[in-house]
Design a protein around this ligand. Structure first.
Ligand code: NAD
Ligand code: LMR
Length: 342
């Protein structure tokens, strides 16, 4: 069965102490952009994982204090800080999972694509360093626009001869977290049981919750489908507007990213029952990248769950077609950005 909650239930107690059921803490995780709004709570949640032996925190400023603070939590991982480009290589050496939330967030009135000019360069530079120092690591891209930054990362890795499409992930877990929350509220379902696959991409209409594939099997009226779909697609903007210029989702994003890190570590640790939605290189549609549910294994994506795209409702089929033009343009913008570099 799919685990709808963040992390395995039996380990919840273990998150707060290293006293209970000692378990091998073997994995090294790096967070790039660790002093930011997402980076700090994400680092805290990763510090609580019993599977992590070392947590490497990198930012261009303010990361020393974050690391000193976190290092006092009595959980197994050692916390190390790295500041600025001269320390980036050391941050990445020997790391199993690299999470990238570096970059600027939206303000009211902006689209995610409006962040492209700044964040494209940040992601490109950071992924170049990943290719040079830990080419075998799982790479989790959070920086927006995800629909373009993941293709940027892929092209950079290809140029460096270090591209493994099974290990490059756009983090879309927040869309699933939101869909699960909103559906359970609307339909009065036990939250722990609810799992809604969200496919496509991570912006506007490219975010497509497949409500007909909700587990446990649930029926929705046409009005409920429309209302929930739009609410899930606009949830990021809802937070941007509520924060009124102070940024975008950070806490729910950290929670979602920590779930994706924990799932990746469980997969690396040999758990054969790990499924997540993520934006990856894909053959599910004619688009070169597409978010869908995948099975994670030791080598990254082990299988794409193509069944999710079969037997869709008419509404969902139309929505899949409708998102393709925007998603393709965003993918192409990312690819072109790397190839137009001097
Ligand atoms: P923030 O401004 O609070 O933090 C960003 C951090 O990145 C800062 O600490 C900054 O110093 C650091 N940074 C900037 N340039 C860097 C570089 N070259 N190397 C390393 N670090 C660098 O922003 P935030 O709220 O944490 O959001 C970060 C990004 O995540 C934004 O692009 C945002 O749009 C995106 N985001 C994505 C999702 C998603 O679902 N994928 C959700 C929320 C936010
Ligand atoms: C989100 O979905 O919350 C993020 O992509 C941040 C944003 O700009 O909405």
């Amino acid at each position: 069965t799919l685990r709808a909650s963040f992390g395995p239930k039996r380990e919840v107690k273990q998150r707060f102490t290293n006293q209970l059921q000692p378990q091998a803490s073997t994995f090294k995780v790096a967070v790039l952009g660790a002093a930011g709004g997402i980076g700090q709570p994400l680092a805290l949640l990763i510090k609580m994982s019993p599977l992590v032996s070392a947590l490497h925190l990198y930012d261009i400023a303010n990361v020393k204090g974050v690391a000193a603070d976190l290092s006092h939590c009595n959980t197994p991982s050692q916390v190390l800080d790295f500041t600025g480009p001269s320390e980036l290589a050391n941050c990445l050496k020997g790391v199993d999972v690299v999470v990238i939330p570096a970059g600027v967030p939206r303000k009211p009135g902006m689209s995610r694509d409006d962040l492209f000019n700044i964040n494209a360069n940040i992601v490109k530079t950071l992924v170049e360093a990943v290719a040079d120092n830990c080419p075998d690591a799982f790479i989790h891209i959070i920086s927006n626009p995800v629909n373009s930054t993941v293709p940027i990362a892929a092209e950079v890795l290809k140029q460096k001869g270090a591209y493994d499409p099974k290990k490059l992930f756009g983090v879309t877990t927040l869309d699933v977290v939101r869909a699960n929350t909103f559906v359970s509220q609307k339909k009065n379902l036990k939250l722990i049981d609810v799992d809604v696959p969200v496919v496509g991409g991570h912006a506007g209409i490219t975010i497509l919750p497949l409500l007909s594939k909700t587990r446990p099997s649930t029926t929705f009226t046409d009005e409920e489908v429309e209302e929930l779909t739009v609410k899930i697609q606009n949830a990021g903007t809802e937070v941007v507007e509520a924060k009124a210029g102070a940024g975008s989702a950070t806490l729910s994003m950290a929670y979602a990213a920590a779930r994706f890190v924990e799932s990746s570590l469980r997969a690396l640790d040999g758990d054969g029952d790990v499924y997540e939605c993520t934006f990856i290189q894909s053959e599910l549609t004619e688009l070169p990248f597409f978010a869908s549910r995948v099975k994670l294994g030791k080598n990254g994506v082990e299988a794409v769950i193509s069944a999710d795209l079969q037997g869709l409702t008419q509404y969902e089929e139309k929505a899949v077609e409708a998102l393709k033009e925007e998603l393709m343009a965003s993918i192409k913008k990312g690819v072109d950005f790397v190839h137009k570099q001097p």
